[in-house]
Design a protein around this ligand. Sequence first.
Ligand code: FMN
Length: 188
Amino acid sequence: MIGRYEKIDLPVSKVRRYLEPGPIVLVTSAFGKTRNIVTLGWHTVMGFTPSLVGCVIAAGNHSFELVRAQRRMRDQPTDDEADRPRGRIGNTTGAETDKFATFALTPQKAQRVGAPLIRECHANFECNLADDILVDKYNFFIFEVVKAHVAPSPGHPQTLHYTGDGVFMVAGKIISRRSQFRSELLDD
Ligand SMILES: Cc1cc2nc3c(=O)[nH]c(=O)nc-3n(C[C@H](O)[C@H](O)[C@H](O)COP(=O)(O)O)c2cc1C
C-alpha cells in the first residue's frame, strides 16, 4: 500500500488533470454573417484591472480564425452537467453547422462586441482581443473583458470543470476562509 504523500511518475502530458484552471466556458465569435460557439476547458485570469483572460484556441478550430478576424468574443461560463450540450458543442465544428440552432441555444445582442451572448449561460463576459503576441506561437489569445453580465443567483453556481480524457468534475461546496486573510487581500 502506497502512503498518502508518496508519488508515482506521471507523463507530463497528463498534468492538466491536476492543474485544471476553472469552469468550462463557451466562447462565441462572429465575423460577417458567420457565428460560432466553441467549448473551452483551459483559460486563465491574467489581471484584474484591466480584466484580462488568456485562453488557448487550437488553430484547427473554426473559431480560431473567426476570433482572430473579429478580434472580439464572448466568454460564457457554463454550469450544467457533462451530458448537456457542452461536450457535444466541443465535438462539433461550426464549419459545418450553426451550433446555436443545433443545440437550441438563444443568441442575444451584446452591448460592446459583435459576437452574440448565450442566454442559457449564467454569466456572459464581452471581450476584446487585447494582445495577439502569443497566437502564432502558442494559439494563446489574451482578451480584455469589457462588459460582464451575471445572474444574481445562485451566487456560486455549480460549475463544470474538465480534467481531460473525457472526464469532468462538478464544483463542490463553497467554504469561506475570510477571517484568515489579510484585509488588503480581500475585495470588500
Ligand atoms: C470539455 C471540452 C473542453 C475543450 N477545451 C478546449 C480548449 O481549451 N481549447 C481548444 O482549442 N479546444 C478545446 N476543446 C475542443 C473544441 O471545443 C472542439 O475542437 C470544437 O469542435 C471546435 O469547434 P469549432 O471548429 O466550431 O471552433 C474542448 C472540447 C471539450 C469537449
